[in-house]
Design a protein around this ligand. Structure first.
Ligand SMILES: [Zn+2]
Length: 153
């Protein structure tokens, strides 16, 4: 009789949960929530469209990020570097359609070739709030696949 042996998952590297509490590859986007550098109660919703390389960043109240002039802001940089820590550079680059696989955040954003393209922050923020609900659930020994993004190794 054969027993079921699950394939071991690669252990994610430690990412900075304080700086980037939420990052995911979802719906053709790399998207996430990035803490504001200056204020503790403000967060930025940053995202990159796979394929086109279009990007956007705004506060959770839909105020456009002031750092988006002419290219991705520092929040998008933080999003990419934490996505690389979480998923590995290869998966992030493949997902985004970036030709050259590199762990260097600056090189990844440099290869995007997209433009600023507005997306409602609420689309991403609602998903973040959904995930937070799982955090508040009582702990259990059962695996919770929805929480896989939260494992920091
Ligand atoms: Zn920004």
């Amino acid at each position: 009789m054969q027993s079921f042996v699950p394939h071991p998952r690669p252990t994610p590297k430690r990412r900075n949960l304080h700086k980037v509490p939420f990052v995911e590859l979802f719906a053709g986007r790399l998207q996430g929530v990035v803490s504001s550098g200056s204020s503790d109660d403000r967060v930025y919703i940053s995202l990159i469209q796979a394929g086109s390389g279009d990007f956007y960043c705004s506060t959770n109240n839909n105020r456009p990020c002031g750092g988006l002039r002419g290219g991705p802001c520092k929040h998008i940089d933080a999003l990419v570097s934490n996505a690389v820590a979480q998923y590995g550079a290869e998966r992030v680059c493949r997902y985004l359609g970036v030709p050259e696989v590199t762990e260097n955040t600056w090189q990844i954003t440099n290869q995007l070739g997209g433009d600023k393209q507005k997306v409602e922050a609420g689309e991403v923020f609602a998903r973040f709030l959904d995930y937070l609900r799982y955090v508040e659930l009582p702990s259990s020994t059962e695996p919770r696949p929805e929480m896989a993004w939260f494992v920091t190794g």
